[in-house]
Design a protein around this ligand. Structure first.
Ligand code: OAD
Length: 245
């Protein structure tokens, strides 16, 4: 383990009042959440990129819902891991703390993070295609295709699909935080999907000290101030622990 790197980052965090953390699929890997692109992310030979689209839902909502029902059934029994808990702990120690996640699994909230910005939505919310109502739904299995209790319209998962725009208000809020961050952690994300892939660079350009925590090197590692290789579930608790020393 890169103890020197961890100590350096812990010192930075201790002296920072404004911190942003961006997480990706890597933080949930140790909880057992299947990755998006890896072989374990495949479902009956469909790739996520072919199912998580408005076109796929329009063509065959039952097929898309069966896939989401499968993902919900896989994730429902899973628990947050020490990485999620360490970030919930970090939040309590930093005056102005923002957690942005690309994950839709809800594990940050389950770990006690107060206001994670779930920029790609949540597997545990649904939205009516007809009246637009957006509400929590944790039924597993879900009745397929699910219908809105208010208007009878078709419900869709309240997640951002490929080819869909992100909520502009949420994005503005994220950029506001990036622009003023003193320290940023980029945890368990490959940096393959925009706009999240550029968040670390935006913060760095605005003057933040940016740290990557990832099991492997990524194409962005070289641009950050520090890049620590290892499992988020091991490194993040060490980081928070060092802050108290
Ligand atoms: P990826 O699956 O692209 O990348 C996961 C990253 O986590 C990789 O860089 C791994 O090296 C790293 N990793 C894996 N296990 C780890 C561990 N235990 N500790 C630390 N790092 C670990 O996932 P994302 O970058 O999150 O978008 O993917 C971004 C977006 O692509 C997703 O939100 C989703 C997908 O298309 C939408 O659904 C819109």
């Amino acid at each position: 383990m890169d103890t020197e790197g961890i100590r350096q980052v812990a010192e930075k965090l201790k002296s920072s009042t404004r911190v942003v953390v961006l997480t990706g699929a890597g933080i949930s890997q140790e909880s057992g959440v299947p990755t998006f692109r890896g072989a374990d992310g495949l479902w009956q030979n469909f790739r996520a990129e072919d199912l998580a689209t408005p076109e796929a839902f329009e063509k065959d909502p039952v097929l898309v819902w069966r896939w989401y029902d499968w993902r919900r059934s896989l994730i429902q029994p899973l628990k947050p891991n020490p990485g999620h808990y360490a970030l919930a702990d970090l939040e309590k120690r930093i005056e102005d703390f923002t957690l942005v996640t690309q994950n839709v699994d809800g594990l940050h909230k389950a770990a006690g993070s107060k206001h994670p910005i779930e920029m790609h939505g949540s597997l545990w919310r649904v939205r009516c295609m007809q009246c637009g109502t957006d509400f929590e739904n944790r039924e597993v299995p879900i009745d397929i295709p699910p219908r809105c209790e208010t208007c009878g319209g078709l419900l869709r998962p309240a997640v951002v699909w490929f080819g869909e725009a992100l909520d502009q208000e949420i994005l503005r809020e994220i950029y506001r935080c990036l622009e003023r961050a003193e320290t940023m952690l980029v945890v368990g994300t490959s940096g393959a999907v925009q706009p999240a892939a550029s968040f670390g660079l935006v913060a760095k350009k605005a003057g933040a000290f940016v740290v990557e925590v990832n099991r492997s090197k990524t194409p962005q590692s070289a641009f950050f101030d520090v890049s620590i290789q290892g499992k988020a579930g091991e490194l993040l608790p060490h980081l928070v622990e060092h802050m108290t020393q």
